[in-house]
Design a protein around this ligand. Structure first.
Ligand code: GRF
Length: 205
């Protein structure tokens, strides 16, 4: 069997997507291992989840740096130390520099069906627009906001009595399953990105 794919996961909050990956990685057949968890802030549940799982953590706060470029460089350096095959941005609330993205294949989850409703408020914007179906998207991060090549999507129906919280919770349940399934397939079978077209599987090798 191949060495497990090395994942660095970046978080800013509750870290339920991270937890789903940690749980999946407990099975050697999954094919991946979380080698480090990084955050842009302290005292978040995402970091506590990593610590409970015995996974090394690091924090890089923008406010600790004189310039944004300094923060970008420090984040790249610390992630590099863990030699990831893949970086997963799972609820990480910062944009990553092009240097970072050129260096690491980085995936992100967004709680909407891209290209609809990019940005910080996917569930709210979907609800306000009145769509009947929204969902979650896993994509390869590029220089834009939720604009990168799409790897996987899952639909979630909007219910008449949904509010932002109830809709986001249902999206997150579907999002976690999609993330775990897709990252595992990438780890075991490979990924090829050709412009906007992404392929997972033997053909990708
Ligand atoms: C997810 O819905 C993610 O798509 C969005 O923020 C949420 C993070 O949740 N950007 P968690 O921290 O993984 O629980």
């Amino acid at each position: 069997m191949h060495q497990p794919t090395r994942l660095v996961v970046l978080v800013s909050g509750s870290g339920t997507n991270l937890q789903a990956l940690l749980d999946a990685c407990a099975d050697p057949a999954y094919g991946a291992r979380v080698v480090a968890v990084g955050a842009d802030r302290e005292d978040i549940e995402g970091l506590a989840r990593a610590e409970r799982a015995g996974v090394p953590t690091f924090v890089r706060k923008v406010s600790d740096f004189e310039t944004r470029e300094g923060w970008d460089a420090s984040l790249t350096t610390v992630v590099e130390r863990f030699e990831p095959d893949l970086v997963v941005s799972a609820g990480f609330m910062k944009l990553l520099s092009t240097e970072f993205l050129d260096r690491f294949l980085t995936l992100n989850t967004h709680p909407a069906l891209c290209p609809a409703f990019p940005g910080m408020h996917g569930p709210r914007d979907a609800l306000e627009h009145g769509v009947k179906v929204t969902g979650a998207t896993l994509f390869v991060v590029d220089a834009g906001v939720d604009t990168g090549p799409i790897i996987a999507q899952v639909p979630v129906a909007v219910e008449d009595d949904d509010d932002v919280a109830s809709l986001h919770e249902r999206i997150k349940t579907a999002e976690r399953a999609m993330l775990v399934d897709t990252v595992g397939r990438i780890a075991r079978e490979g990924i090829a990105v050709d412009g906007r077209r992404v392929r997972i599987g033997d053909a990708a090798r």
